[in-house]
Design a protein around this ligand. Structure first.
Ligand code: PMP
Ligand code: PLP
Length: 498
């Protein structure tokens, strides 16, 4: 490893919020360093004795890597089954790095259980090369919590955070609830536009505090389904360096990167039958913002929600140690730690699958999503009225979107008063009557501005005649999906009298 030759991250702690600066270590935690001292009678902790936890053992079964029957396959024999059996106490003869229930179900390990954190760190090193040495990884209860904590740690009431023009609605709500302004950065079909970000920051109204934070969903973006190219990532990183911003990359869909869409069925068959090596898989991933982060100003959110299961409530922060320490302090007094059952079961599973097995699982997901995406885009091509509808096939994630040219609606200028959102609503209602629901793009719009306002946003805020809808190809069987798209296409044709 060359890690010792790497530089240290910059000290960016001056970007922390008042709340983050005022957090102290819980005084009880400071006593816990004596907990395992052998000659000390420790009566200091309010810990219930593990002997009286009712759970003596938990068992979790999965299929075995390399999942050659596909990730939906349920094993029918013992030989095909990966059995994870976690006991209350460690079996001294086992060489698997398990987390016994007596430990995982006890208080402690705010940053995550050491075996799990070590596995995830090793996984991180396989897929990305962080250019500074003092990075770390800390477990959390998912990206939803992670974002709430980020806002608390960097923002004061009335601050601005930069977000994509269309973004994850919960992320906007979390910011609104903390009295923050969510300032939109213009996007096209390939994510946020670096030149627009530069112009917004270069022309920032000096009468308002400059934003300290930008929130980006770089890969398989929610809602648009777009992915930022490596070129754009590099340009964006340079801009945030210049303006001294923290960049949050929220990447629940990062490993859901797919083959490029093709209508060439022969080529598609080739793609489907190709065995992808671990190395090829890793090399096919768009490099992370972390890999560009020479300063230590990126905080990455990873999540088990889309690769394993959302109810596991397990995610992890990656970033520089000095900043992540503030996240330990906030977790200490809120979630405390990820759930103990989750920690034991997911760690036990990953330890047995191994790093390669986990990559096999991710490759298996990519296969399923590539197929679903292909079925979706085929159906859009086959059924949508392409004289008013256009779309870009996604290369990552679980969302697809299609744009509709509202100006071509026969009643656009008359009944709808030339307002695209009225067309959007009419299509939404009509599609519901036809029996299909997709989410109108306007539900994801970020409309924030500062007071006094940023002129650049006002000048840019022209009524965009493009409206869009978001669907997913993750949630239903493929025949249902095609049925839904057909119905939605019918609704558009009826609305537009085509
Ligand atoms: N409130 C009080 C008064 C407590 O004594 C404790 C546990 N020591 C807690 C909250 C923490 O509870 P939990 O483990 O459910 O977060
Ligand atoms: N961030 C984005 C961009 C998402 O789309 C989602 C899922 O809906 C989340 C975060 C939530 O992730 P988690 O389940 O890890 O809290």
């Amino acid at each position: 490893s060359h890690s010792t030759e790497k530089p240290f991250a910059k000290d960016l702690s001056y970007l922390l919020s008042t709340e983050a600066r005022s957090r102290n270590e819980s005084p009880l935690k400071s006593a816990f360093k004596y907990y395992s001292q052998p000659d000390l009678v420790f009566l200091g902790g309010g810990l219930p004795l593990a002997t009286y936890f009712p759970f003596n053992k938990v068992v979790a079964e999965t299929a075995l890597p390399p999942f050659q029957n596909g990730i939906g396959y349920v094993p029918t024999t013992k030989a095909e089954t990966n059995v994870v059996k976690i006991e209350k106490r460690l079996d001294p003869n086992s060489d698997v790095k398990d987390i016994p229930l007596a430990r995982s179900l006890q208080y402690g390990f705010t940053e995550g259980q050491p075996e799990l954190v070590a596995f995830l760190k090793e996984h991180t090193q396989l897929v990305t090369n962080i250019p500074y040495q003092d990075w770390t990884l800390m477990a959390n209860t998912g990206s939803t919590q992670a974002w709430d904590n980020v806002l608390r740690n960097f923002c004061n009431k009335g601050d601005s955070v930069l977000v994509e023009e269309f973004t994850f609605s919960s992320a906007l709500e979390a910011a609104n609830a903390q009295s923050l302004h969510t300032i939109p950065v213009k996007m096209d079909g390939f994510g946020i536009i670096p030149e627009e970000l530069a112009k917004l920051l270069d022309s920032w109204n000096p009468d308002t505090p400059k934003p300290k934070l930008i929130y980006i969903i770089p890969t398989g973006q929610n809602p648009t389904g777009s992915s930022l190219s490596y070129e754009r990532r590099k340009e964006i990183y340079k801009i945030i360096q210049k303006h001294d911003l923290i960049l949050i990359e929220d990447e629940p869909y990062y490993f859901l990167q797919m083959d490029v869409y093709t209508r060439d069925l022969q080529k598609r068959e080739q793609q489907r039958n190709m065995t992808v090596s671990h190395e090829e898989f890793i090399n096919s991933l768009i490099p992370t913002f972390l890999s560009l982060d020479v300063d230590g100003r990126v905080i990455r959110f990873d999540s088990a929600s889309k690769t394993l299961a959302p109810g596991s409530r397990l995610g992890w922060f990656i970033g520089q140690k000095r900043l992540l320490e503030r996240f330990i302090r906030i977790q200490e007094v809120s979630a405390q730690a990820p759930c103990g059952f989750t920690s034991s079961i997911i760690n036990g599973t990953l330890q047995r699958w191994g790093q390669k097995g986990f990559l096999d699982w991710l490759i298996g997901i990519r296969k399923v999503y590539s197929h679903n995406r292909n079925v979706t885009i085929d159906a859009l091509n086959d059924y949508m009225p392409l004289e008013v509808v256009d779309f870009i096939p996604p290369i990552a994630g679980m969302f697809f979107t299609f744009n509709i040219d509202a100006t071509k609606h026969p009643k656009f200028a008359s009944e709808f008063n030339s307002e695209p959102l009225k067309v959007e609503n009419a299509i939404y209602e009509r599609a519901l009557k036809q029996g299909c629901l997709m989410i109108p793009g306007s539900w994801f719009v970020s409309k924030g501005n500062t007071s006094p306002p940023q002129r650049y946003i006002l000048d840019n805020d022209v009524q965009n005649p493009k409206i869009f809808f978001r669907g997913t190809y993750a949630a239903v069987p493929m025949d249902e999906l095609v049925k839904g798209i057909k119905r939605f296409a019918e609704a558009i044709k009826l609305e537009f009298e085509l």
